[in-house]
Unconditional design. Structure first.
Ligand SMILES: [Cu+2]
Length: 164
């Protein structure tokens, strides 16, 4: 008699643990489904980004990136954008950015994971641009490069985008 009662009690305790575990898992899944990670980078009048590496965690499902022009030169002379590509697409994307021209904000027509508008340092602006992009399809440990598509800038203005 006592054994049966004990077994029933034990079963209900086990069930509680299982349910609790499921709830925790569910909560983790919900959290993982919507995690926006913020990144900031700026470009200056000396044709440089302030960062050569940008890192996010694999758990980030979205990235909110802000590019700011920290200088004073207009975007016609020293414009900067931020273009993210697979490193294997980088050299092709540099050429494609130039071909796209200022009308397309020097953003390549294809193989672009994400890109901002062209920003300038003077009041004509814009001084900054914020974009949001999904990390869907991007791999942890993958090889990604970001660069500025303004003609001639990418040799100095580039960096690694790392998912860890
Ligand atoms: Cu630039």
């Amino acid at each position: 008699m006592l054994i049966v009662e004990l077994l029933v009690l034990l079963r209900s305790v086990v069930m509680k643990f299982v349910l609790k575990g499921l709830l925790v898992l569910l909560a983790m899944t919900v959290t993982a489904q919507a995690k926006t990670c913020k990144l900031e980078i700026s470009g200056n009048d000396a044709m440089k980004f302030d960062k050569s590496v940008l890192k996010i965690k694999k758990a980030c499902t979205k990235v909110k990136l802000t590019l700011t022009h920290s200088g004073k030169l207009p975007k016609t002379a020293m414009g900067h954008n931020w273009v993210l590509v697979k490193t294997s697409d980088f050299s092709g994307a540099m050429a494609a950015a130039m071909q796209a021209g200022v009308a397309k904000e020097y953003v390549p027509a294809k193989n672009v994971i994400a890109a901002t508008k062209l920003v300038g340092g003077d009041k004509k602006g814009p001084k900054k641009d914020t974009i949001e992009f999904s990390t869907k399809g991007l791999k942890k440990g993958g090889d990604y490069t970001y660069f500025c598509g303004f003609p001639g800038h990418a040799s100095m203005m580039k960096g690694k985008f790392i998912i860890e």
